[in-house]
Structure formats: structure tokens, C-alpha cells
Design a protein around this ligand. Structure first.
Ligand code: ZN
Length: 195
């Protein structure tokens, strides 16, 4: 079971926006998965932290949008899983692709530079914009030559995916600070032997 300091909300560092988004279902695929996007407040907090301009959406998310976000997330998870496997299309994948494509098509605005060369998305609909950006990122990743570099964290409890951007392609952990560190400590304990 995860301990308390593993449960800090919203982990990042997966190397892609869509992969960080997948991490909002912590410990995915395990019997102790934790839903971090339970409702509109959580979705607003995630967008504030991960949007290109790091600002809260001007229109607060609705319950329906939070649900849509979770459905989009699981659609991305299943399409990515199928793209990474050789076992062919699982049931429901057509629908999942359709959901991603629809979200991608709904980009309400365009990026703009402000006077400090910071990108701003002043679209009036920050939630739809963000879901669209996530969907576009997923489309790009699934169809890119980088796909084989998408890896599962080597911690079997973790469930996170990340894009290995290391030059030799040997990255093993979603984060050195969490899973990598746990493994290092476990290895040290083993080396020290029983107390
Ligand atoms: Zn991990």
C-alpha cells in the first residue's frame, strides 16, 4: 500500500502532458487506485498547475466536464496501451479514439504571446482548451516515432507511464524522487542485511 508521502496530489515529470494527465489516476491498474480528478475542484486545480499559462481556468469546470476529463483520460490510456502492444484492437477502442479526436477538434482559441513572451490562452473556456491540448498531445504521441520510448515505471505498484527522453534510453522510474528513491532505499536495506 502507498504511504502518506506518496499521496501528494498531482504528480508530474512523465515527459508529456498526456502522460502527466494519465497519472491523475494514481496506481492505475492496481487494487488501490486513487482517483485525483474526483470533481470540478480537482480538475480546476490540475489545470491551474499543468496548463501552458499556469493559471486557473476563467470558467470553473462543471461536474460534466470533470466526468468528460476522466473519460478522455481513460480513452487515452486504452489507445496508448493498444498502440504499444501487438495484440490488436481491444473492444471499445474505436470509441476511445473517437473521444480523443472529438476533444482535439474542440480547441476554442489560439496561443498568444504577452509582453513577457509568456504564452496565454485567453479563450474564455480554459477547460475545453486544456482537454483539447491533452487530446492533441496524445494523438501526437501515439502516432510518433517516440512511442517505443513510452515506458511503464519499473515500480510494479506505481502504474505510471513516462516518456524516456534519456539519450541511452535506460530510464526506469517515473520519478527519481519517488519510485527511484524507494527502489534505492530497498536495495540499500537489502545490502545491509537484517538488523
Ligand atoms: Zn513510478
Amino acid at each position: 500500500m502507498p504511504n502518506a508521502d506518496e499521496l501528494i496530489q498531482f504528480r508530474e515529470g512523465a515527459g508529456r502532458l498526456c502522460l502527466d494527465f494519465l497519472r491523475t489516476l494514481r496506481f492505475a491498474g492496481s487494487d488501490h487506485a486513487v482517483e485525483e480528478l474526483a470533481g470540478p475542484a480537482e480538475l480546476a486545480a490540475w489545470i491551474t498547475r499543468f496548463s501552458p499559462d499556469r493559471t486557473a481556468p476563467s470558467n470553473p469546470p462543471t461536474v460534466a466536464q470533470a466526468r468528460e476529463a476522466r473519460l478522455l483520460r481513460e480513452a487515452i490510456r486504452s489507445v496508448l496501451a493498444s498502440a504499444r502492444s501487438t495484440s490488436g484492437d481491444a473492444p471499445g477502442l474505436r470509441r476511445a479514439r473517437g473521444r480523443i479526436n472529438a476533444a482535439a477538434a474542440r480547441l476554442p482559441g489560439a496561443p498568444a504571446l504577452d509582453n513577457a513572451n509568456t504564452v496565454r490562452w485567453d479563450t474564455g473556456d480554459g477547460v475545453t482548451t486544456m482537454l483539447s491540448l491533452i487530446a492533441r498531445d496524445a494523438i501526437d504521441l501515439v502516432s510518433s516515432a517516440r512511442l517505443p520510448r513510452v515506458r511503464n515505471c519499473a515500480n510494479p505498484q506505481c502504474g505510471a507511464l513516462f516518456l524516456d527522453n534519456s539519450r541511452p534510453g535506460t530510464r526506469r522510474w517515473c520519478s527519481m524522487n519517488s519510485c527511484g528513491n524507494l527502489a534505492k532505499k530497498a536495495a540499500l536495506r537489502q545490502k545491509a542485511g537484517p538488523a
